[in-house]
Design a protein around this ligand. Structure first.
Ligand SMILES: [Zn+2]
Ligand SMILES: [Zn+2]
Length: 513
């Protein structure tokens, strides 16, 4: 079964100009309508609940909330056009979602944006202001999520029979254990002046909020290389066809172009897309395990952008910081228990394995005692386990305790934690060259102190290439990739119940929250 929903777009084209012409200080109700919609959507308020709150406010304080009816009208405008929902996937054309999201941003922030662009110089009449919207996008899969018998029915309220296997009317079994999500998030609207400096017109202050991440596509499919590449090519193709969007602001024209960065990808998707032979080769400088652990390469330019093997395009992908932190922490646990044997795992004898197992158990217990976190356990629920971010945060905040718990060099652990925190940060690094020197020095210390240990790609990438990423991407790395929240949301709110519900839910994005 397949149907598409064409939402009302009749007044879509005129809405912008009307809105921009409203007086600079609109009445309170108009002013708060976006806030009200945000609060209603965020708290999942029913119409009745909303009306009750409105009545109380109206009687006891002030009449600030618009009627539920008005809100519903605005809510309808938040729907993108042409959502296609089938039993296994829900898709929306990227163009529609991008334009709608931009329109919503401009509507909700029109007076601030207008104030900023009216002072910009422009030679043409009418004044035309060019701006670019920075958008991050990416995909990720979750596996092992509970089955919701998706596909049994498209009705929202019908009882789902959980005892029956998942079958469609054609008796086709749907792979609803795996969910592949493609999302985007608008980050910043900026204008480049004649000197090449950027003037921020609007900044997504809530880029970390789940409400900033909008789904382009949801599919019950596995995160396989074939699927990942198919989706990537499709979205890339759609991006290349995007045209600039124009908005009328009073006597000016605001022309917005889009810059998409596929940065919301985790390690696995990244590897699938960048086609390195397995996990052990660096996607940027193409160094293998031996090269990465060779201290001479720190000085001879092997890891630098100027090296002939360096793949610059891969800088625009960025494995998400949370995954990086988690992977590096896993490396540290490995390092900690392997230091009793100091060998590659292929050369470990049976007796040594027993020692390692004991050590491994010790670390598990010690990490639990020190940080209240479970480590070195096979992860359940795939890479998107909702608590990964919290675990990383908890541990990285206390490097001294981590070093003590793992019996590792405190100075090195402190430095690694500092670097990881900078990579996760939402703020830019002050002095990039200084930071790079710090990273390289940490790299050198690590190789000298743990010369028997082959440095893994994630740690190599953090220490050798953090600067390269920061130079290449327009916003701090923490801003460029945030995906865990999205998966977390899917699980928490169980919107996987029905793709249609999910769109219904998530499309009520308001940037005021
Ligand atoms: Zn993943
Ligand atoms: Zn490298």
């Amino acid at each position: 079964m397949c149907y598409s929903r064409n939402s009302l777009s009749a007044h879509k084209h005129t809405f912008m100009s009307q809105h921009m012409h409203t007086s600079p200080t609109p009445c309170k109700m108009t002013k708060y309508i976006h806030v009200a919609l945000g609060v209603k959507a965020f708290n999942n308020l029913s119409r009745n609940q909303y009306n009750n709150i409105r009545q109380v406010l109206k009687l006891e304080c002030e009449n600030v909330l618009p009627t539920a009816k008005k809100l519903l009208r605005l809510e309808k405008q938040c729907y993108p056009d042409d959502i296609t929902v089938t039993d296994t996937r829900a898709v929306i054309p990227l163009k529609n979602l991008t334009q709608l999201t931009t329109k919503r941003v401009i509507e909700a922030h029109n007076s601030e944006i207008y104030d900023k662009i009216k002072i910009l110089p422009s030679e043409s009449t009418p004044k035309v202001i060019h701006a670019e919207m920075i958008v991050t996008w990416g995909m990720d899969g979750t596996t092992g999520q509970s089955q919701y018998n998706q596909g049994k029915t498209n009705s929202r309220n019908q009882e789902r029979d959980r005892t029956q296997p998942n079958q469609t009317t054609n008796n086709e079994i749907i792979e609803d254990k795996s969910l592949l999500t493609v999302s985007m998030s608008v980050q910043q609207l900026r204008h480049e002046d004649e000197n090449g400096n950027y003037i921020c017109l609007w900044d997504n202050e809530n880029s970390q909020s789940v409400y900033s991440v909008r789904p382009i596509q949801l599919e019950h499919a596995k995160e396989t290389r074939v699927n990942v590449r198919r989706i990537y090519e499709d979205i890339k193709n759609q991006i290349s066809k995007l045209e600039p969007q124009r908005f009328i602001c009073e006597d000016m024209l605001l022309e917005i172009t889009y810059k998409f960065y596929p940065t919301m990808l985790d390690g696995k998707v990244y590897t699938d897309l960048t086609e390195t032979s397995g996990y052990c080769r660096c996607q940027l400088c193409r160094s293998g395990p031996n090269e990465m652990s060779d201290i001479n390469n720190l000085d001879n330019g092997r890891f630098e952008k100027t090296h002939r093997k360096f793949v610059k395009e891969h800088l625009y992908f960025n494995t998400q910081p949370l995954h990086t932190s988690m992977n590096v922490l896993t490396t540290l646990y490995d390092l900690s228990y392997k230091q009793y044997v100091q060998k590659h795992w292929l050369e470990i004898t049976e007796e040594e394995q027993i020692v390692l197992d004991v050590e491994k158990a010790r670390i598990k217990q010690a990490m639990w005692d020190a940080f209240n976190v479970r480590v070195l356990e096979p992860r359940q629920g795939g890479a998107g386990s909702s608590d990964t971010g919290n675990v990383a945060r908890k541990v990285l905040e206390n490097p001294e305790l981590l070093a003590k718990t793992l019996y590792l060099n405190e100075e090195i652990i402190k430095r690694i934690c500092y670097v990881l925190n900078q990579i996760r940060s939402l703020e830019p690094v002050d002095d990039l060259d200084e930071f790079d020197r710090y990273c390289k020095e940490t790299y050198r210390m690590f190789l000298t102190t743990y010369s028997w240990f082959k440095i893994p790609v994630t740690l190599h990438r953090a220490l050798a290439h953090a600067k390269h990423y920061m130079e290449a991407l327009p916003l701090p790395l923490g801003r460029m990739s945030d995906f865990d929240n999205n998966l977390h949301m899917i699980k928490k709110r169980r919107v996987a119940l029905s793709c249609e519900d999910w769109f219904f839910d998530a499309s009520v994005l308001t940037n005021e929250l």
